[in-house]
Ligand binder design. Structure first.
Ligand SMILES: *Cc1c(COP(=O)(O)O)cnc(C)c1O
Length: 479
């Protein structure tokens, strides 16, 4: 029997067949990535076609799927492709894709209550703590991404300094100031804005030639702020800066934090995953001493979007930052309303999806060592790319390569090099050959290749460099 308005079909066979076809098509999609352009712009008429008034009537699922195939599937970002090297995007993985289907079918709400999906998330957080060298009783939640995880880090640090009364009284006039490097991600100043502390209260300490925070200048700035009656409360180290992949000296920052009684938070958006690669792990020494770490499973760990994570050493402070006692969230000793601390007690969200399943399945199927080997492989490829650039007279490397990001540019005899290199990047993207992105290093525009994808091979590095050289020559000749 089906309720009159149930959205389930009366006869499941057609929808079941369509579902099987979708799964087959998506496996074809994953198997044929190399045969397609990395990216192609969505034609204006197709964008226009998407814009319609709210549909009041029904449309056959087959027809809607047809629209997906025609309007959406060919025009996605391209980050599954082995030659997508723009920004720091994860490549996803087939098990994660299937996990998304299962999670969608369960439609679990992970705000809280007593059910297995919450246990799965607790397990994922325990694995994250283990990866970071944190105590096993550390707390944490999955969030959309490191932007939100960093915001949580700032809020928890504020609670640690001012106590839970800050939630009632706010932060006005408290004089809290925080520190991070000039190379920190833009979401950190924004986190300070959202926390009501203001981005001016985040001191951006200059970096050394390797892109790491200058600790002498950090010390100076802390002393100067104390001298002015301000209250330093937080220092944020970066494991893998967004522009060049530099790793701060986390051990030394931890020493400073200890001496100065500051909360030590690490933005390890992609870099924290290097803990899974034995050869890279020493670079991150000191991360295990942090009070909190923000990172993404959806970047270097290849879990499909979105899957960010915050882990906090002292569970009580995270609870003090978010727990509320609304009657409709009352805990019981037995039944579905049991289960102790719920995710909604330690993060900003109430209703939350089953992100944890794709993380749990990805880690379970491949294992942490294999994911660490992927991380190592992308760093090795970055080394190959850097060596090739250093051999090519027409190319110039613009930054040291600590992990998986290589910044370089095409050199021409004369002309506006910033403009030329921006055009080269757009040429490559529009031709669908490769998708690096751009950034600015020491005031000049750089072609930035972040090797993140587990599918990338040495041949892809060669194709990228050849394409840059060719586009550069063509543009230089045309000028
Ligand atoms: C990507 C990134 C972020 C932001 O993470 P999202 O998951 O995009 O919110 C923050 N910090 C660094 C260093 C990053 O690379």
């Amino acid at each position: 029997m089906t309720a009159m308005q149930s959205l389930d079909p009366a006869d499941w066979s057609d929808l079941r067949a369509l579902g099987h076809r979708m799964v087959d098509d998506m496996f074809d999609h994953l198997q044929s990535l190399r045969d397609r352009p990395v990216w192609q712009p969505m034609p204006a008429e197709l964008r226009q076609e998407l814009r319609r008034p709210l549909p009041h009537g029904p449309m056959a699922p087959e027809a809607v799927y047809g629209e997906f195939q025609r309007l959406v599937q060919p025009y996605v970002t391209g980050n599954l492709h082995p030659r997508f090297m723009g920004w720091v995007h994860g490549g996803g993985n087939p098990i994660g894709m299937l996990a998304e289907l299962l999670a969608g079918a369960m439609n679990a709400n992970l705000g809280g209550r007593d059910h297995a999906p919450v246990e799965v998330e607790r397990q994922v957080i325990a694995w994250a703590a283990e990866m970071l060298g944190f105590p096993i009783d550390a707390s944490g939640v999955l969030v959309t991404g490191t932007s939100t995880a960093n915001l949580i880090g700032v809020l928890v640090a504020r609670t640690a300094r001012l106590g839970p009364s800050a939630r009632r009284d706010g932060v006005g006039g408290t004089g809290l100031v925080a520190y991070t490097s000039a190379a920190a991600h833009g979401c950190l100043p924004r986190a300070m804005e959202m926390a009501g502390l203001g981005r001016e209260a985040l001191r951006m300490v200059p970096c050394d030639a390797q892109g790491r925070m200058r600790l002498d200048l950090l010390q100076q700035r802390i002393a100067q702020d104390r001298g002015q009656g301000l209250r330093p409360f937080l220092v944020v180290g970066t494991a893998g800066t967004v522009d060049i992949g530099a790793v701060d000296d986390l051990d030394a920052i931890s020493d400073v934090a200890e001496r100065e009684a500051l909360w030590f938070h690490v933005d390890g958006a992609f870099g924290a995953t290097a803990m899974l690669a034995p050869k890279l792990r020493p670079l991150l020494a000191g991360i295990e001493r942090a009070d909190s770490v923000a990172f993404d499973f959806h970047k270097w760990a290849q879990v499909p979007y979105d899957a960010g994570c915050i882990v906090v050493r002292d569970a009580a402070v995270q609870l003090d930052t978010f727990a509320a006692d609304a009657v409709y969230l009352k805990r019981e000793q037995r039944g579905l309303a049991g289960g102790g601390v719920w995710p909604c007690d330690i993060g900003p969200d109430l209703s939350r999806g089953f992100r944890a399943l794709k993380v749990w399945m990805t880690l379970s199927v491949y294992g942490a060592d294999r994911l660490g080997a992927v991380v190592q492989q992308t760093c090795d490829l970055a080394g190959i790319l850097a060596a090739r650039i250093d051999r090519e007279p027409a190319l110039e490397r613009l930054a040291p390569v600590a992990l998986n990001i290589v910044c370089f540019r095409y050199r021409a005899a004369d002309g506006d090099l910033d403009r030329l290199n921006a055009e080269i990047v757009a040429d490559l993207q529009e031709a669908g050959i490769a998708a690096p992105s751009t950034t600015t290093v020491n005031g000049v525009l750089a072609i930035r290749a972040a090797i993140v994808n587990h599918r990338t091979l040495p041949v892809d590095i060669a194709i990228l460099v050849d394409a840059v050289l060719e586009a550069g020559r063509r543009r230089a000749e045309a000028a």
